[in-house]
Design a binder for this molecule. Structure first.
Ligand code: GRF
Length: 229
């Protein structure tokens, strides 16, 4: 990479192209907003961009509930700002992952959630949750999957010396950070990048592709159509 962009927004990137209209399948009824449940463990910038995309009418959805596991995280203040109920399910209070996931499913059902968005949910989920929402759980991950799975994807990319990394929105399967890929965006790694600077530029792209992917799903785009895009 020879150019060194000075700001995150000027970084070149490659985003999966939009899906052509002829590959889109409308779900019914066409105009009812999709009911989202968002799960977050940290600062919630991805929660924020989804809420903003809904407000800007770029996404026909409504956020029913935020589920979070770490008390005091910034995502909660964001939920309050947007008038979204925030429910704490602290993983430290549950003996087994399955017990936490059972509680999560209960809350998602209580709030009549249709699609689940793991937006920085830093816990491994189990079939208890995955099977309760088959093909309806998506995750955003800060690498070009299948490279660099796990909680330290940005650091791993730097250690590996790759010149390009990025982010991925994918459907969730029991194996961590696997599952059909919906949308990806590429981000160049610069020679002077730290994990922080690289992650910041990756997040700029996350904030574009996560609302984009949800909007496509909400519009009824099928997995087959994502594959062909
Ligand atoms: C994102 O980088 C996402 O890819 C990863 O966790 C981070 C969450 O960021 N899974 P935020 O809390 O949405 O700002």
């Amino acid at each position: 990479m020879t150019s060194h962009p000075t700001s995150a927004d000027s970084t070149p990137s490659l985003i999966s192209p939009a899906i052509p209209p002829n590959l889109m399948t409308k779900s019914s009824p066409a105009d009812s907003p999709v009911k989202l449940g968002i799960m977050a463990s940290g600062k919630g910038s991805n929660f924020e961009v989804v809420a903003q995309a809904i407000k800007d009418r770029q996404l026909n959805a409504q956020i029913q509930v935020l589920i979070y596991n770490n008390p005091g995280i910034k995502a909660v203040a964001r939920a309050e700002h947007w008038g979204v109920p925030a429910i704490l399910l602290n993983h430290r209070d549950y003996k087994r992952r399955e017990d936490l996931d059972t509680a999560i499913v209960e809350v998602l059902r209580q709030y009549e959630v249709e699609w689940v968005v793991m937006a920085g949910w830093m816990r491994i989920i189990t079939p208890v949750l995955i099977d309760a929402f088959p093909d309806k759980i998506i995750n955003i991950h800060p690498s070009l999957l299948p490279s660099f799975k796990g909680a330290h994807a940005v650091e791993q990319a730097l250690e590996a010396g790759v010149k390009i990394t990025g982010c991925t929105v994918h459907l969730v399967r029991p194996e961590v950070d696997s599952g059909p890929i919906l949308v990806q965006a590429a981000v160049p790694v610069l020679s002077d990048d730290t994990a922080e600077t690289l992650h910041a530029r990756i997040q700029v792209q996350e904030h574009r592709i996560l609302p984009q992917a949800i909007a496509q799903l909400a519009a009824g785009v099928t997995l087959a159509a994502f594959k062909q895009s």
